[in-house]
Design a protein around this ligand. Structure first.
Ligand SMILES: NC(=[NH2+])NCCC[C@H](N)C(=O)O
Length: 326
């Protein structure tokens, strides 16, 4: 018909073009495009975690130092400990996804280091050691296969390991700068989090500390445990500025050898910790914390505890009322 507008194809915005209106966060919450995931707390009810099946590469280590291990683990015992950990979570009502790659390098065990879960998806680490460099690619594939969005892969000259980042409030992350995470990595993480309304504070880690998680861990939103052998005024100031009370633990052997503070909270006031460390465990119990424990001696041989081994995929946000209870 003369004068009639030619019909615009849908690809150019004509009829049939379906523009998106929901935000990424809304897509995630709807649970169709992506697997439900997300976190903004260290102690909100734990819902889903990632564990790595101990790979065969752990049986073929000549010199443990070369692989950043303290001693060579017994692979069979390590596998039994992995199954016990998996079973523990499942019986606590926490879903477990397993990264199962027989050819993965040994430290894949420490999933907490490999990504950091935000309310809108994961940030993939850029591990600081050459020994662990290849793990980022394996964890990216794992997360993608699960349907978990990856908001950022730390890149350029950035270094970042997930155990250097802790939620100190639902809109605030504390990042430890040291051997494992550098200023560029922390800046990249901060920029990504700023876009979703989360701020970051940076603190230098004291010497001798592997990750921020080795100095501090959380019992409830308002109460942290602090490794008294690695005190840092900057970290203490960051916590107290947030109104977080610190329980100082001073049993050095129990913290360093047994890694009893390297736990994961199942919920506020309930943690799963490496076995041993009786005095520290009693101290936590006096704070009204339920401390479950598991023998993870072969993980300890690899230089990490339960906190380091568990990648957090989903926690409930801390309940408003719960934030006041500590
Ligand atoms: N978040 C942790 N503390 N992870 C333990 C990592 C141990 C591992 N062998 C490494 O040196 O990288």
């Amino acid at each position: 018909m003369p004068g009639a507008e030619p019909r615009l194809p849908a690809t150019l915005g004509g009829e049939g073009w379906l523009g998106r209106t929901a935000s990424h966060g809304e897509d995630l919450a709807a649970g169709q495009l992506w697997r439900a995931c997300g976190n903004r707390s260290e102690t909100g009810r734990l819902r889903r975690v990632a564990l790595a099946r101990p790979p065969a590469s752990l049986a073929a280590i000549a010199d443990p130092q070369v692989q950043l291990l303290l001693r060579c683990p017994d692979l069979q015992r390590l596998q039994a400990q992995f199954f016990a950990l998996k079973q523990y979570f499942e019986s606590a009502g926490v879903a477990v996804d397993v990264l199962d790659d027989a050819a993965a390098p040994p430290n894949i065990l420490f999933m907490r280091d490999l990504f950091f879960m935000t309310p809108e998806g994961a940030i993939v680490a850029r591990p600081a050691s050459r020994q662990r460099a290849g793990e980022a690619r394996l964890v990216s594939r794992f997360l993608a296969d699960l349907g978990i969005p990856i908001l950022l892969t730390v890149h350029a000259d950035g270094l970042f390991e997930g155990a250097d980042a802790l939620w100190i409030a639902p809109d605030h992350v504390l990042i430890g700068i040291g051997r494992r995470s550098n200023a560029s990595g922390a800046a990249q993480v901060s920029e990504t989090l700023a876009r979703i309304g989360v701020k970051c504070s940076l603190v230098d880690l004291p010497p001798g500390v592997q990750h921020l998680l080795g100095s501090v861990n959380f019992l409830s939103p308002g109460k942290a445990v602090y490794n008294g052998a690695a005190r840092s005024p900057a970290i203490e100031a960051a916590l107290s500025a947030q109104g977080i009370a610190c329980v100082i633990c001073t049993e050095r052997e129990e913290i360093e050898r047994d890694r009893v503070l390297n736990f994961v909270a199942i919920d506020a006031g309930h943690v799963i910790a490496p076995a041993g460390g009786a005095r520290t465990r009693a101290q936590l119990q006096r704070e009204s914390v339920r401390v479950d424990s598991l023998d993870v001696s072969e993980y300890l041989a690899c230089a990490g505890g339960i906190g380091c081994s568990v990648g957090i995929l989903a926690r409930d946000p801390p309940a408003v009322a719960e934030a006041a209870v500590d």
